[in-house]
Design a protein around this ligand. Sequence first.
Ligand SMILES: NC(=O)C1=CN([C@@H]2O[C@H](COP(=O)(O)OP(=O)(O)OC[C@H]3O[C@@H](n4cnc5c(N)ncnc54)[C@H](OP(=O)(O)O)[C@@H]3O)[C@@H](O)[C@H]2O)C=CC1
Ligand SMILES: CC(=O)[C@H](N)C(=O)O
Length: 264
Amino acid sequence: MNSSKGTTLITGASSGIGAVYADRLAARGHHLILVARRRDRLEEQAARLHTAYGSKVEIFPADLAKEEDLGRVEALFTSTRDIDMLVNSAGLGALGPGAAVDLKMVDGLVRVNVLALTRLSLVAARVFAQRKQGTIINIGSILALMPVSGASSYSASKAYVLNFSRSLQAELGQSGVTVQAVMPSMVHSEFFGDQPAPFPEQLFMSAETLVDTALSALDQGELITFPTLHDVTQWQEFDNARILLVKSLTQGGQPAARYNQSNA
Ligand SMILES: NC(=O)C1=CN([C@@H]2O[C@H](COP(=O)(O)OP(=O)(O)OC[C@H]3O[C@@H](n4cnc5c(N)ncnc54)[C@H](OP(=O)(O)O)[C@@H]3O)[C@@H](O)[C@H]2O)C=CC1
Ligand SMILES: CC(=O)[C@H](N)C(=O)O
């Protein structure tokens, strides 16, 4: 029987990255609340994790694209379940050219990748800050830095996850609440469904490797994690350039001379 390390709510726990977070955190002694739409998958997970680690695992089937279900999941944070970690892994791609992509899929992407992640992060942050401790792990993507054709909404949703998580980090810095943004490259999961992934195999890592890497980063206190970035100074240089650009953008309210119509 493992000694509990508190209770973690994991969205996207029925497959892929979220399912591996469930395994690894159960192995670390966390009690779990598993959220996804596929009840059968969650039941299988719960049984396996209880057998393997003696973990207390609650399943909570919910469609995070539906307001009523999202509200039920939010309510768990103010219930008696004493949740002290949130992993926002639920997400979808809605990939394809803007002119052809299924707009209902895009709607679902915004509701799950953006709205649900936001609402759950904010509810959790308020509860965790009152207790002066807690951890929020948001799963972004390298596509946050790659506005590319065929992934307009997805890339934007992951850029949102990065900026939103960084702003939360700034707000919660002294509160005892940790916020980690995990920005994976390509990962083997059910993300691409039965479609061939639009990336070469050598770019992929297993979900197990991804989660082990991301948890190692968290253990080391790294809160913006690009698991495949071997030279972390490149991110630091990128962000330093961003800071310099912001400094230029905030010099004052005068428009740049190039926009002066008399120069036209
Ligand atoms: N695979 C990759 O290459 C990469 C993935 N990511 C991100 O990782 C995260 C996990 O994806 P990954 O594990 O790869 O893909 P999977 O498709 O394997 O897992 C997605 C998870 O999200 C859940 N989910 C999807 N829609 C909903 C919904 N409406 N309500 C509740 N849960 C939902 C699914 O559960 P269910 O269907 O049972 O509801 C499933 O558990 C995503 O945010 C993705 O954007 C980031 C970088 C790379
Ligand atoms: C790398 C990702 O976030 C995503 N799975 C994709 O590129 O399609």
